[in-house]
Design a protein around this ligand. Structure first.
Ligand code: NAD
Length: 316
């Protein structure tokens, strides 16, 4: 396993991180004992970054993760978890300082740890960014000064809301998703700004939440019919070349030097072992270029997310 430093935090995190959302049954029902075995497989392979949230499975993922981490030496992993999002509806967001503190206390109990390494505001584009900049981030800064968290930042989908937050507050890192993958590499537009401020990048969803897998995207996935069709053709092209599309999707994301860690979600130990093997193998650059070109010819790789003023412009 290789490790990269997360921005200015000094945290040396594994280039492949474990995304714990499937432990909450986000993609399908998951047997907790198999989920726990997957976490142990990850740790044994040298993965030291585990990302979770109270939102995943409405606290279930954190609870299962806490069981998995019981008895494991604390120095073997960094935990990233989140606050501010507790459901799918607009009314399920609360980024007030009071709720963030309470949320941290609750997460620590579920996870069975005394401190969170990386604490993130979950999906900032769904709330007024004034609250993020003037209440939520100052709260995270205080929690860091109090020694309750080691680093903080924000997560979300639109690049626009990241850009505004980065301009307005000195954060340690961002967690982005689906913006640096085979189907869309628009995160590259934000990278100069992030690099100039030494803000660490964690990149989630290298398979674009299942779109770039043999099974394909789940029903709730935001991709429109055209993007799904393009992904189906890409999957077929890979199959013809004897390559699993997930393999190339993963290799493509992990190789970027500015991305400290790429988070893949799975509650299946066999898939995790495959992912571990794949990141050690070389990327077929010609095929990756061909796949990127296939998606580039297809408008609509980006979808709207959050409040209109925070969302990226989306091609018609
Ligand atoms: P992902 O791209 O990691 O895809 C997960 C899907 O890919 C699952 O269906 C899984 O079964 C499948 N998969 C994984 N390995 C496979 C393999 N070898 N073969 C076939 N299928 C395989 O997307 P994700 O889970 O959404 O993202 C990863 C993590 O990133 C999340 O768990 C979460 O921690 C983080 N994330 C955070 C945010 C946020 O903060 N807003 C958003 C998205 C993701």
């Amino acid at each position: 396993m290789q490790y990269r430093t997360l921005g200015k935090t000094g945290l040396e995190i594994s280039t492949l991180g474990y995304g714990a959302s499937p432990l909450g049954g986000v993609f399908r029902d998951v047997d907790a004992s198999i989920g726990i075995r997957t976490v142990h497989t990850a740790l044994d392979a040298g993965i030291n970054l585990i990302d979770c949230s109270p939102y995943y499975g409405l606290t279930r993922a954190e609870t299962v993760l806490g069981k998995a981490l019981k008895g494991i030496e604390r120095e073997r992993y960094f935990i990233s978890t989140k606050a501010g999002r507790y459901g799918a509806q607009p009314s399920d967001f609360d980024m007030s300082a009071k709720r963030i503190r309470q949320s941290l206390d609750e997460s620590l109990v579920r996870l069975g740890v005394d401190e969170v390494d990386i604490f993130l505001l979950h999906d900032i584009e769904f709330v007024d960014l004034d609250i993020v900049l003037h209440e939520a981030l100052p709260c995270l800064e205080r929690l860091k000064a109090e020694g309750r968290i080691r680093a903080f930042g924000v997560t979300g989908y639109p690049l626009r809301s990241f850009a505004q937050v980065i301009e307005g507050f000195d954060i340690d890192c961002i967690l982005t998703y689906c913006r640096y993958a085979l189907h869309d590499r628009s995160l590259e537009r934000l990278m100069p700004q992030l690099e100039a401020r030494n803000i660490g990048i964690i990149n989630g969803s290298p398979t674009c939440m299942g779109l770039l897998t043999e099974r394909g995207a789940p029903d709730w996935h935001p991709a429109d019919a055209a993007l799904r069709e393009c992904a189906r053709r890409a999957t077929e092209l890979c199959r013809e070349r004897g390559v699993d599309i997930t393999r190339i999707a993963l290799q493509f994301a992990v190789q970027h030097p500015l991305i400290a860690s790429t988070l893949v979600g799975t509650a299946n130990p066999d898939n995790l072992l495959k992912n571990l093997q794949w990141i050690d193998e070389p990327l077929d650059q010609a095929l990756a270029t061909e796949l990127s070109a296939l998606f580039a010819a297809q408008p609509g790789a980006v979808w709207p997310s959050g409040l209109p003023q925070n969302s990226d412009e989306v091609a018609a």
